[in-house]
Design a protein around this ligand. Sequence first.
Ligand code: ATP
Ligand code: MG
Length: 558
Amino acid sequence: METPKPEARSLNFIEEIVEEDLRAGRNDRRVHTRFPPEPNGYLHIGHAKSICLNFGLARKYGGLCNLRYDDTNPSKEEQEYVDSIKRDIRWLGFDWADREFYASDYFERLYEWAVKLIEKARAYVCDLSADEVGKYRGTFTEPGKESPWRNRPVAENLDLFRRMRAGEFPDGSRTLRAKIDMASPNINLRDPVLYRILRAHHHRTGDKWCISPMYDFAHGQSDSIERITHSICTLEFEIHRPLYDWFIRELGIYAPRQIEFARLNLSYTVMSKRRLLELVRDAHVRGWDDPRMPTISGLRRRGVTPESIRAFCERVGVAKMDSTIDVDVLEQCVREDLNRRAPRVMAVLRPLRVVIENYPEGRTEELDAVNNPEDPSAGTRRIPFSRELWIEQDDFMENPPKGYFRLAPGAEVRLRYGYFIRCKEAVQDASGRVTGLRCTYDPGTRGGQSPDGRKVKGTIHWVSAPHAIEAEVREYDRLFSVPDPGGEDYRVHLNPKSLQVLTGCRLEPGLASARPGDRFQFERLGYFCVDPDSAPGKPVFNRTVTLRDTWAKVMKRT
Ligand code: ATP
Ligand code: MG
């Protein structure tokens, strides 16, 4: 696969740390990262940021990056998510080779480590309920209270923990907790729960375990088992780091270096997996891969390229402070990439019939059209021209304002790759609605050249009516109508016009052979791709992005 050259830039702060570790000869000069998704949803553009960062560091420094599923919460995890995650990472252009790991593969080892902590009197079985544990924990301003079970003898703890595993106690009746410090200013160190009793079918271990380790007890040790050198995570884990360090120290095992960076947030978007799941479940969108979703699968279906997502992640960089990136930045990266690679074609989305009265009936000729002016190697193609054409309704005005250079009664325009045509009159139905145009063409202007230096300012796109194929086109707008739809009532900000389905669109005939996933620029309209909903003879297109940032203009006007 072709990798675009990274834009020249200075090192980000994580690269600085890695290079300093390499210079100091730490970890035998290894760089080993991992991407650790929890298989409880589809990946989104925020995950793409973490994927590019982790796999990118490994690639840059000749190291390795593991794929590790942090699958400690059986009640929310599913095989469907495991599979979609792999598909999305591969599509983004990264490869974990044979290093596909699961925290659940380490359950036996984690159990042994828990026993070790008990033996060292660093962990105890607690009979408080989840509610009580919460109450005893204290607050940010008040210290917690010690559990009455905190000083159980080691032998009793070992026995109870073994029986927890053996299934002797009901769900939620007991936990195993670390014995650290109930007065610590860091709440994570106030005797955190390590294991709970939870009978739930696990997507890999089945019903083998009725106790399950908490994420915090599994995550750092999983990194240690895999000898991860740089354990990169988002800022909310900074406050968990002292706990991870405590486990590593007490267990005397290999210590990865945790580095926190700021989550990627995008305007006009929600990114929490819980909310994305709600959008899918409550049918606000058509599925995880709905082209309006910020999921990788949604972006892919929309026609976004992996190259543009990687370029976007590179452009936004790695920050230490949370911020929100304007979704325009992503769209701009998509445009830049598609501009280079997408073939140009002509498509009319809201058709208006044009009859060229002086063009012979039944005649067809073929005109040369350029496939991609950005890429001469893309060559040219031939497009049919005939007496009846479709043009865009927008490209005609009965009473045009000054400065309107498209069609109007008496006005002349250039048809892209075709001839100059002049509008004689508009045909109207009984209600006065314009249903078609009568025009004439100038045979001396083939290919759009003016024979006599006559100026024609407007150039419009068109397709030949008898040759055109019909299609459905789905135009997408932002899923939310405010820049920051966060908050519990995010649903009230859903944009009711985020999807507009146009039927009866007319496309140049060459598009009959387009396949799902193929991407095009519809001249003057934007970038579009073929949706998997297409059937033979019934293509469906998604608008990936408009040609320019029209949104900013709309915002100014309203
Ligand atoms: P959850 O709330 O379910 O834990 P999560 O978004 O943290 O959601 P994970 O599956 O745990 O999901 O994330 C996998 C990895 O991706 C983690 O290392 C996480 O830090 C990173 N990640 C998740 N969201 C973002 C984001 N918006 N920006 C950057 N990295 C992210
Ligand atoms: Mg997480």
